[in-house]
Ligand binder design. Structure first.
Ligand code: IVH
Length: 679
């Protein structure tokens, strides 16, 4: 054997061993070797790869594939939307779910596939000719982010599908959940604690934080795992007939699936298994927040179809809310971007359903009065699945004599400006506006965020240092940072490259859209959708700036209060000054089409299925530019549905309701007619 062949053979052996141990650990939940031995195997493989980089195997688990940090994630439209699930919370609701199915499939035998409901993040994986080529987050279900680099670092995930018993499909799209198993989570937090780094509140947050990292080396250092639960596409068709067979088929290709799943002949048995899993939950290797009940037969699934964004053939059977008793150590007031003061109860840390809770929002002073919660009180903290924990009840019988009643502070805890609470409003606010450091930092965070000016590099660390150096008094200062290059370079740990990356990101953000800019301004009540509506209605910043309440109220989505907030915003002299400085710095956008050309003004449209010439996002933007509202679901109010290839339930619903439907060709003709597309 040549030396090369020997090295390759060694690498192959190590890869195979590591895959075997991964299987034992993640799939069988029965580790066959010590963690340290596993690390050693990994280390050996890495060392070999370092020595012989030319021989690195394509399916190596050492995460060397594409190791460069990205500057931002690319948005991808899902070919098959990633839907959500309906919920049931008790036996009655579960039985009602089964009844609805039986009514639609009379005289058919119905089997249920019962799975764990993983409490992680849904992703979609594409395999082309058996090679993992893309990983995408669920996002809003229609579009997600391309996280391929991070996904490739997940150890228990096959990077290449082997041709064993079954033929490897030309295209396979697998859906499943990424999470950090309980043991890995504890280890990760213990390591972080030892290094003096921040620890994560729960495995879900840790997994989410890891997948959202632009640098794949960070994801690689976290013990992420993937559990498959479905097949979105398979070409040629897999020929399987049930859900449970699909899981086995996926396992055969090396995917981990839930450590428990059952097939039940009737819904009573499902209820039995649900009870059993509640008992077993603490011993499972992963966090779950319920069970998923699916009709087992794939043909029956197809017959049942979907109701708006949820399948009729599946539901989540959530675990009941869990509660724990603890005491309130303190109540702090946090200042938000628009100055809102939110009371936060600092609790004696307590485990509630597998999550340690130490802070809980009390929302506003009204809620404090309603609960009559005081510092020192014993309280019940509830948490239901992925819902944020809340204080449900105060126990006055355990109240210590020195319990302290909480008052709304008269001055802002951050800047000392007077706190105001206008008549009839529930929220108290700091009146310091941009004088207040808390509001300043939140305003900047919002301004640079992805859906606003999208300045990826300007993270919290930068913002804090820049505020400290007095280089950022308001958002317009961002566009003058290049004048202070020397000072930037002196900020601890900020090398030449990161300074340059930051300045480039700032420069690139100058070209934006009117809608993103309006959103970035952070006007109270103006979220992303309202900003888009305002941009469509007013077409130029100048017109919006001069609009009165009456004119503003004509915008879909804008009511009396928001209209007044918008007017107030454009009347405040310091806002106008910041605005002028932003424009003077060169922020610009393409002029939208002429205001007279809004032929679809106020109409509700729906885009569904796959369009061959553009993404659904593009079609949505074209429609919005003509004044239409683009909605995610069809109703009797829908003006028209644009249906691409493989349009499903939305098309059915439109047909049932008699809503007009046009195909891609007709849509393009319409856009040409209105000058949105050239030709
Ligand atoms: S099947 C058509 N199976 O739950 C939807 N989902 O609440 C099919 N989830 O976003 C989903 N474990 O990420 C399915 N065994 C499981 C699951 C599961 C967790 C998540 C999924 C989805 C969410 C819906």
């Amino acid at each position: 054997m040549t030396q090369e062949a020997t090295v390759v053979a060694q690498m192959r052996q190590l890869i195979q061993l590591i895959a075997q141990h991964n299987h034992a650990y993640y799939v069988m939940d029965q580790p066959t070797i010590e963690d340290s031995e596993y690390d050693q195997l990994f280390h050996q493989l890495k060392a070999l790869e370092q020595q012989y980089p030319a021989l690195v195997q394509p399916d190596t688990p050492t995460n060397r594939v594409g190791g460069q940090p990205l500057s931002k994630f690319v948005t991808v439209t899902h070919a098959v939307p990633m839907l959500s699930l309906g919920n049931v919370f008790n036996k009655e609701e579960l039985f009602a779910f089964a009844r609805r199915i039986e009514e639609r499939l009379p005289n058919q035998k119905i089997e249920y596939d019962v799975e764990l409901k993983f409490d992680g993040l849904a992703i979609s994986l594409w395999y082309e000719n058996g090679v993992l080529v893309r990983g995408v987050t669920r996002g809003d279900g229609e579009t997600g982010e391309d996280i391929t680099q991070n996904v490739k670092t997940i150890r228990n995930l096959p990077k290449v599908l082997c041709d064993g018993k079954c033929k490897v499909p030309d295209l396979l799209e697998v859906r499943g959940e990424v999470l950090i198993p309980k043991s890995g989570f504890e280890k990760l937090n213990a390591e972080n604690l030892a290094k003096g780094e921040k620890t994560f509140a729960n495995p879900r947050n840790a997994a989410a934080g890891s997948l959202r990292q632009l640098d794949p080396n960070i994801a690689a250092s976290r013990p992420l795992a993937f559990y498959a639960y479905g097949i979105a596409q398979c070409v040629p068709h897999h020929g399987l007939s049930t859900m449970s067979e699909s899981l086995e088929w996926l396992e055969h290709f090396g995917f981990a699936v839930g450590e428990r799943h059952f097939v039940c002949d009737n819904i009573e048995d499902v209820q039995q298994f649900y009870k059993q899993i509640i008992e077993e939950r603490p011993n499972l290797s992963v966090e779950i927040d319920g069970m998923v009940i699916k009709v087992n037969d794939l043909k029956q699934q197809k017959q049942l179809g979907f109701l708006s964004r949820e399948p009729r053939w599946a539901t989540a059977y959530k675990f009941p809310a869990v509660a724990a008793l603890t005491t309130v150590e303190n109540i702090d007031w946090q200042v938000g971007r628009t100055g809102t003061l939110t009371p936060v109860a600092r609790l004696n840390p307590v485990a509630v359903g597998g999550v340690t809770v130490s802070n809980v929002t009390l929302h506003n002073i009204g809620e404090i009065h309603r609960l009559d919660v005081r510092i020192g009180d014993t309280v019940s903290v509830y948490r239901s699945g992925d819902v944020i924990p809340k204080v449900e009840k105060v126990w006055p019988e355990f109240r210590p004599v020195d319990a302290v009643e909480v008052q709304l502070p008269a001055t802002c805890p951050v800047c000392g400006s007077p706190v105001v609470m206008p008549e009839g409003e529930a929220l108290a606010r700091c009146s310091g506006e941009l004088y207040c450091a808390a509001q300043r930092i939140e305003t900047i965070r919002h301004f640079v965020s992805r859906k606003a000016m999208d300045i990826e590099g300007l993270g919290d660390r930068w913002v804090e240092s820049l505020l400290h150096l007095n280089l950022l008094r308001d958002v317009a200062d961002i566009y003058h940072l290049h004048e202070h290059r020397e000072q930037l370079l002196q900020i601890e740990k900020m090398g030449e490259k990161s300074v340059q990356n930051l300045l480039d990101a700032i420069e690139n953000s100058k070209k934006t859209t009117l809608a993103a800019f309006i959103y970035a301004l952070g006007i109270r009540g103006v979220g992303e959708t309202t900003a888009r509506m305002l941009a469509n209605t007013f077409q130029t910043l100048e017109t919006l700036r001069n609009a009165d309440v009456e004119a503003l109220k004509k915008t879909p989505d804008v009511g009396d209060i928001t209209a007044e907030w918008i007017v107030d915003f454009f009347q405040a002299p310091h806002n106008l000054e910041v605005l002028d400085r932003l424009l003077a710095a060169g922020i610009h956008w393409d002029a939208p089409i002429a205001p007279t050309r809004q032929p679809l003004n106020g109409e509700s449209w729906v885009v569904t299925g796959t369009l061959s010439s553009m993404g659904r996002d593009d079609a949505t933007q074209l429609l919005q530019a003509l004044g239409a509202r683009v909605s995610g679901s069809v109703s009797s109010k829908t003006k028209c549905v644009v249906a691409g290839e493989k349009a499903g339930s939305k098309l059915d619903k439109a047909e049932k309701l008699g809503v007009p439907v046009i195909n891609e060709e007709q849509f393009i003709a319409l856009m040409k007619e209105h000058g949105q597309i050239e030709g």
